[in-house]
Ligand binder design. Sequence first.
Ligand SMILES: Nc1ncnc2c1ncn2[C@@H]1O[C@H](COP(=O)(O)OP(=O)(O)O)[C@@H](O)[C@H]1O
Ligand SMILES: [Mg+2]
Length: 391
Amino acid sequence: MAAKILVVDDDQNVQRQLIYTLKQEGYEVVQASDGAEGFRLWGAEEPALILLDVTLPKLDGYQVATKIRAEEGANGHVPIIMLTAEREVEQKVRGLRAGADDYLIKPFHPAELLARMKSLMARFTPRDVLVGRPPLGRIFAFYGAKGGVGTTTIAINAAIALNRELGRKVCLIDGNLQFGDHRVFLDLGLDRKSIVDVVTAPTIDIDLIKNVVVKHDSGVDLLLAPPSPETAELVTQEHLPNILDQLRSLYDYILIDIDKKLDELNLRILDAADTIFVVMTADLSCLKNVRLVLETISHLGYEQAKVHLVLNRSNAFTGINVKNAESALKRTIDHQIVNEYRGAISALNSGAPFMFTKADSLLGRSMLDFARAIDKMTPEAHRQLASTAQR
Ligand SMILES: Nc1ncnc2c1ncn2[C@@H]1O[C@H](COP(=O)(O)OP(=O)(O)O)[C@@H](O)[C@H]1O
Ligand SMILES: [Mg+2]
C-alpha cells in the first residue's frame, strides 16, 4: 500500500510541484491550503508524513505542529518536515522546537525532499510497528586488515544507515582504545563521556552504561574511546565482553570498530561478536593480511561464515580486481563499497558522516545496500554463528 502524505501549503505552484513529485514516487497525496484544514486532515486521514509550510492562513506551520504534538500523545509520532522560505537559523530552531522533525529551505531539489522523507519514515514507522519487540542484540565487529582501509568510515556509516534508514536501535563502540577516531569523525569534544567512565565505576550495570553512552544527532548511541592513550590502559580484556553482553539487551545492533592488532583484548571482542567484518582494499598488503587473519580465525575454531569480507573502494583502480582478490583468497568477497574519495573525506573533515548528511550520494547508497544486506541476515543464522563461536 502506498504511504499517504499530507501536503499543507497555500501556494498553488508549490502544491502542484509537490504533488507531482510525490505521485511520481507512488505516494498517495492529500492536500490542505491552510493550517486549520491541515490539522483537521491529520486527524481524519492519518498520513504517514506531513510536509508543512511555515506561513499559512488561519494557523501557521508552527501552530499546526505544536497542536499535533500535543494531541498525538505518547503512542504516535507522525514525521513532520517543515518547508520554510526563511533562511534565518532562528526560524529553523523554532520549527524544530514546535515539533517538526526536519526542515527544508525553499527552493529545494525533489531528490533531497524524497531522501529526507524516506529517512524520516524509516526512522519513525518501524519503531511504532515494532513496539514491544525485544532487541535483536547482535554484535558486529569491524576489523581493518590494515590501517586506512576505511574501517571507521564503514562502521560509523553502517551504524547510521541501520538506525536512520532501517529503524534499528544501534550502539556504536569505538574499540580503538588508544587512538579512536570517532570523536573526530562525529565532531565530539574530549569532554564527552567514554568507556573509561564505565570501567572505573564500582559496578558495571545497565543503568551506568545508559548514562555513559553519548546520543548522537544521527540517532545512534555512542560508546566513545578514552580521551587519551594513557587512560586506555584502564580498560582490560575482561571489561569488553561484559559491556557487550549488557548492551545486547538494549540494542538491535552493537557495532564495534577495532584496530588491526590481534591481541588478547581484540580476540575477546572477536569472540563475543556474532559476525566479524574484515574490511580491506584491493592491494597486495591487504590481501596478505586478510589471508593471515582468515588463517588465525580458523585456528581459533570459528566458522568461516562468522567472517565477512568487505571490499572498500571496490571500483578504485589498483590493478587488482574483485576476481583476482577472490582467487588469491580462495573465497568470495561478501560486500563491496564504492570508492568516492571526495564524499568520504569531506564528510570526515566536516565531522558530519555522509550517511547523515548525504544519504542519497553514491557512497550513501552503497552503504545503505551494505546495511540492508547485514540487516537481512536472520537472527537464526546469527545464533548459529554465535554458538559455533564458543571456544
Ligand atoms: N569508500 C571510500 N571511498 C573513498 N575514500 C574512502 C572510502 N572509505 C574511506 N575512505 C577514506 O579513507 C581514509 C581512511 O578511512 P578510515 O575510516 O579512517 O580508515 P581506518 O579506520 O581503516 O583507518 C579516510 O580519508 C576516508 O575518508
Ligand atoms: Mg579507524
